[in-house]
Design a protein around this ligand. Structure first.
Ligand SMILES: [Zn+2]
Length: 74
């Protein structure tokens, strides 16, 4: 009865703007396709930055081992 008139508002995860949760909004819970892409992009860059940091630390660590070996030979 009243349900058809009630619009559920959801906060956009990207910009916190309230947007109606309805079939007219295919990007829900995002307010727009732009905010949906921003969120997906942030997620992708976060998951890419972790393996990059690990490989950098690995390189530094192996360099340290080489230096230590030379020191023990001298
Ligand atoms: Zn938004």
């Amino acid at each position: 009865m009243l349900k058809s008139n009630t619009v559920t508002l959801v906060a956009c995860p990207t910009c916190q703007k309230k947007s109606p949760w309805s079939q007219e909004n295919p990007d829900r819970p995002f307010c727009s396709a732009r905010c949906k892409l921003i969120d997906l992009g942030a997620w992708a860059s976060e998951s890419y930055s972790i393996p990059q940091q690990t490989s950098e630390e690995d390189e530094i660590f192996s360099e340290d081992l080489v230096v230590d070996k030379n020191k023990s030979f001298l």
